[in-house]
Design a protein around this ligand. Sequence first.
Ligand SMILES: [Mn+2]
Length: 190
Amino acid sequence: MRTADLKRVTKETNIQVKLDLDGKGVSEIKTPIIFLNHMLTTISKHSHIDLTVSAEGDSPHHIAEDVAITLADALNTALGDKKGIERFGEATIPMDDALALVALDIGGRPYYVLNIEFKRPSIDDMATEDIIHFLKTFSASLKINLHAKILYGENDHHKIEALFKALAVALKRAVKLTNIDTVPSTKGVI
Ligand SMILES: [Mn+2]
């Protein structure tokens, strides 16, 4: 079973993440940040990863940061030794006026290149800098190589939603099991 159930409790936040990599995209997301709930639901739906997240804390920034860390830790736990996974995933996803691209490598080497610009300081109730911080923290904590780019778009909500859909589809492809029961690396380990 490629599952995880993790709690992260600090003086700032209290986070629980439960997931199943081989799910159907069923989610139950409860954080105080409505837009973050929307994006986490999007990740689950389009990656087919079943996801339960509950989060509370002393600030929206800390909550976004610690949900990213705990989600990454849970994915890492569920992935285990990473035997048989596709490892690489990419997707280019439109949403009305916006087009976003994500390419990622679950290769154990944390590195991100983000090419994301917003017109507005926040989207609904989430600061755009916290959205960027979420993506950086997630990729660094999961030790993936993440390239994420918004190619174009007018509406900030559409731009970032297209990007999270692309992240979800890229993740779905990368964590998928092949019929090869070895670690997908010439090093033999990830
Ligand atoms: Mn939306």
